[in-house]
Design a protein around this ligand. Sequence first.
Ligand code: ADP
Ligand code: MG
Length: 319
Amino acid sequence: MDEFALIKRYFSDIGAIPELPALAQAIQEGIGNDCAILRIPPQFDLCLSIDTLVSGIHFLPDAPADRLAYRALAVNLSDLAAMGAQPLCFTLALTLPESNELWLQAFSRGLDRAARQYAIRLVGGDTTRGPLSITIQVQGVVTAGQGLRRSGAQKGDLICVTGVLGDANAALGILGKGNPAEWESYFLSRYYEPSPRLREGLALSGLATACIDVSDGLLADLAHILESSGCGAVIRDDAIPLSEALRGTAINPLTHALEGGDDYELCFTISESNLALLRDREPTLRFTEIGSIVSTPGLRRLNHRGEIMCINPVGYKHF
Ligand code: ADP
Ligand code: MG
């Protein structure tokens, strides 16, 4: 199959669902021209984010292609969520060692599954031959001026996280092993199918003072907020939300939750009064208060024995 037949067969209809949100009317042209064309309504700011997954660095070469595709889109959508943006469309740059139809079928299936779930259409891309790598760029919109940032945290704000932490990191020890036990399947799904917190991000815009998605680990990502905002934080070990599965199986669940990445939950800071407003407006959203912002720089943990520990966050760094 040549390059153009491949694009038509596997990528022309990704996320092209009838029930796309009204926002999708901004897409004037999708795949098939030299560029996609978007007409962004004037009340919006456009948000862009791009992520690359390289075989052997971000995933094992024999990782299941459908789950890999799902994850590749989901982690990009998580960046939109962290800014309070709504998804609009995405592009895909795919480098493949060979035209393997089975792999492409599975990849395209997984990509479409995520695209439909989050109502986002694929509008273009690039297909090249080389070592396997997957790059996705997402485009989303926020109401003009309302995009969440890392820089607005203030002394007295509460620190919250959505969902539970550490599960995706617990999956790393299981990846690539055949026939996972049932409880292992749970961790694998938390790794391969993270839930971008788009609904939460949208609800937070205009209320939260700062927000980030937890991709490198809670401590490392919270440290980014502190650095951008010029303040410090105290978090409580006993408040960190953990799943039953992690509590029941990990030797040190808290280490997975604090230092492990790949959760794609949101960590945000918010004033007490806005937190009350948020709970009022969105009673079904699941998030946990884990600490507060202080003026003294640095990140401190209050441990189970009531001792304060200063910490030096170490997240994953490529360089
Ligand atoms: P050009 O050489 O002008 O950049 P291409 O031949 O690379 O165009 O691509 C033809 C069309 O197919 C373009 O609309 C491009 O966006 C789209 N396309 C190419 N590869 C992909 C892909 N992997 N996923 C989605 N669209 C793709
Ligand atoms: Mg061209």
